[in-house]
Design a protein around this ligand. Structure first.
Ligand code: NI
Length: 227
């Protein structure tokens, strides 16, 4: 399941991020790549342990965890400290695997990467190319979103970023361990939550059937969640 989440960061936040990032030294993105992805990764990255990365990362995480669409879609247990990258013309990230387990040296956090997240920090008209392409059983999905919007997709999928041919593509990317490991089960709770919210709008929370369906929703989470 691939879900786009609009307006995670405001345009004002994005401008602030870009101002802060542009004043930083960037390093080769291979520093956080696994053995396979390092061979196809051509981009720049803010040093992951730098103060700026951590502070901007905290702002991304607090915006996302306040976003009901993200919570419903990801049911997050742990969120890896966000990383920041940029692609200037000629840079790309070929088809690759995201490592299944990631550890963070500074916090000691260790997560199973169930979901990958990209928050776009450039407007689509600022660069050419640079599409995120996610492969799943239904084929390839190309994603290029307005600045401040995020895409959440299964970390189990092969994915790539096409070469940038003009301008610079800035983004934040990271991983989430979900309380619900199984992508199919998580899809069911997400779909049910969406339908329930619409029923609540029409009938209220204390309609008899809405209350029963809400109970079933919570029981499904209870059944599948590992916390
Ligand atoms: Ni990746």
């Amino acid at each position: 399941m691939l879900i786009c989440i609009p307006d995670v960061l405001s345009k004002h936040d994005v401008a602030d991020f870009r101002r802060i990032m542009d004043a930083e030294e960037w390093e080769d993105g291979k520093s956080t790549a696994g053995a396979q992805s390092a061979e196809v990764k051509q981009n720049d990255q803010l040093p992951p342990d730098s103060k700026v990365s951590r502070e901007l990362g905290k702002r991304v995480v607090s915006a996302l965890t306040a976003n009901t669409l993200f919570i419903s879609a990801a049911v997050p247990l742990r969120i890896f400290p966000p990383l920041f990258n940029r692609y200037v013309p000629g840079k790309f990230f070929g088809s690759h695997v995201d490592n299944c387990i990631r550890g963070d040296y500074l916090t000691g956090m260790r997560i199973r990467t169930d979901l990958s997240v990209t928050v776009f920090l450039s407007e689509p008209d600022e660069y050419d190319g640079g599409e995120l392409v996610v492969e799943d059983t239904y084929g390839e999905h190309k994603v290029k979103l307005p600045a401040g919007h995020a895409v959440v997709y299964p970390a189990t999928s092969l994915h790539l970023v096409t070469p940038v041919t003009r301008g610079t593509r800035y983004g934040s990317f990271f991983w989430v361990q979900s309380m619900i490991k199984d992508d199919h089960a998580r899809r069911l709770t997400y779909d049910m939550d969406n339908a329930l919210q619409k029923l609540v709008d029409r009938l209220g929370r204390n309609d008899d059937e809405v209350r029963k369906l809400t109970n079933i929703y919570h029981n499904l989470i209870r059944y599948w969640a590992e916390v």
